[in-house]
Design a protein around this ligand. Structure first.
Ligand code: GLN
Length: 476
């Protein structure tokens, strides 16, 4: 049987395995073959693992024994900042180029227990800082729809392997949009779960109060299956929340109300085609029978500034551990300070150093109150605004990004232009709310566009419900 990788989903694969149409080994080999022919050009995988066939054989034994879980034999790709025991995890940084993880991240442990297969680790912006994968120390990842354009970031590699049929599904991490933005640039679904619903144990920290691991998939159902498998309380991450905070309320008889923050979207800097698609999405949603309500989100204009202060502050402290003593690269200077300066100067890229400087500045005595504390105050106000809005609506709709995938090199010289790409995604991280990007048709140049749904804490079930309807009936 020829395996039609393009149209496979987790459920379909599972059924094929059970029926014996093909084995986990057949499927893994089909992906390996595709990787062989495509990865050189797209640069999405940093490493393809040498034990994929062995993993697949173990999965096949489980399937034959009638013990298959829904994820048994499902080929995953993993972002390079999530630890897999014994494997290199470099966060696409020179400083960790040869660092081998000494334990499994909780998400990996759960996926291993389910029998999932890991094909390899994917390219990303160094330490997840960026929105284009251009900040990787190992070269940019190209967009499969147009090789002169970026795939988005920071989980660019994870998006491209799924869009290019080099893995069925992938994991990324999202601190300010890094799962949703590359998903939208590559025509895929990307979920940023509620803060604390998925364990961060074994995820290299960027902004600890913002980070979440999330799936990048072809369908909302696949994202739901993965989320259900990996979320939950973890004793190794004290910020994780109990499962019962995710009400599995039956939504069948509920008419969802969709909030539209039009004033926030209708701005310079938002691409015309993206705005037209947003309006067409609203029309479609109305047609599908949902109630649409215009909402105003005051203070949301400050989100981006607040994000870049808080994220930099947290990242600068998180990255202080990479000093050449405990992990990775080490350079010998004349004394300890010189060791640090040489190791970090050579091991860390420009954008990472920029954010460490920014973060250290906003946390320094004399500026702490003016920047960090003020940003935290506004963050609380933004959260209150969202809490209030969610008393009136069930979901908020925005485009995922203000533009479709941009040209490689177009924004990399101007960090502020790059940061503006995050304008619609960062609020979900600041407020801790779950958000999903769903494909919403194409531009005239055939570049994918994504729409974002945001729900209140623990209401991933609402996101899955609306996304499934939208992806089937949305703007084509
Ligand atoms: N593009 C955003 C940034 O550069 C988001 C990064 C992320 O989510 N890891 O900060």
């Amino acid at each position: 049987m020829i395996i039609d990788l393009k149209n496979l989903t987790i459920k379909k694969v599972h059924e094929h395995f059970i029926k014996g149409d093909f084995t986990a080994l057949d499927l893994a080999r089909a992906y390996l073959k595709n990787i062989e022919s495509k990865n050189k050009d797209l640069n999405a995988y940093l490493e393809v693992f040498d034990d994929v066939e062995e993993q697949a054989k173990i999965a096949d034994d489980k399937i034959k024994a009638g013990k298959a879980d829904i994820l048994t034999g499902i080929p995953f790709a993993i972002k390079d900042n999530i630890l897999i025991e014994g494997r290199i995890a470099s966060s696409a940084s020179k400083i960790l180029e040869n660092y081998h993880a000494t334990y499994d991240a909780t998400v990996i442990k759960k996926l291993k227990e389910a029998g999932a297969i890991f094909l390899g680790r994917t390219n990303m912006d160094e330490f997840a800082m960026g929105g284009s994968t251009e900040n990787s120390a190992f070269g940019v990842t190209k967009n499969p729809y147009d090789h002169t354009r970026v795939a988005g970031g920071s989980s660019g590699g994870s998006a491209v392997v799924v869009a290019g049929d080099m893995a069925l599904v992938a994991l990324g991490s999202d601190t300010g949009g890094s799962v949703r933005q590359p998903a939208s640039f590559c025509g895929l679904v990307g979920l940023k779960p509620t803060y604390g619903s998925v364990s961060r144990y074994g995820l290299m920290a960027m902004g600890s109060s913002l980070d979440q691991i999330g799936p990048i998939t072809k369908t909302a159902e696949d994202a739901e299956i993965i989320f259900n498998e990996v979320h939950g309380k973890d004793i190794n991450d004290s910020t994780t929340i109990f499962e019962n905070t995710h009400p599995k309320k039956d939504l069948k008889n509920k008419k969802l109300i969709i909030g539209i923050p039009k004033n926030f979207i209708n701005k310079d800097g938002v691409d015309k085609e993206v705005f037209t698609n947003f309006e067409a999405s609203i029309a479609k949603i109305k047609l599908l029978g949902y109630e649409v309500k215009e909402i105003s989100l005051s203070d949301i204009d400050y989100s981006l500034a607040v994000y870049y202060i808080i994220m930099s502050a947290e990242a600068s402290t998180n990255l202080s551990r990479f000093d050449g003593v405990k992990y990775g690269l080490h350079k010998d200077g004349k004394n300890l300070l010189e060791d640090y300066l040489m190791t970090r100067g050579e091991g860390l890229g420009k954008e990472v150093r920029r954010r460490i400087l920014l973060g250290t500045y906003v946390l320094s005595s004399g500026y702490y109150d003016a920047y960090y504390n003020k940003a935290n105050d506004i963050r609380k106000t933004i959260k209150k605004t969202f809490d209030n809005v969610f008393r009136e609506v069930d979901v908020i709709l925005t485009p995922t990004t203000p533009t479709p995938a941009f040209k490689i090199g177009e924004k990399s010289k101007d960090p502020l232009q790059m940061y503006l790409e995050d304008v619609f995604t960062v609020t979900a991280n600041l407020t801790g709310m779950p958000a999903i990007s769903v494909p919403s048709g194409f531009t005239n140049d055939k570049l994918p566009i994504g729409m974002q749904f945001i729900a209140s804490h623990g209401r991933e079930n609402i996101l899955f419900e609306i996304s499934k309807v939208f992806e089937k009936n949305g703007v084509k």
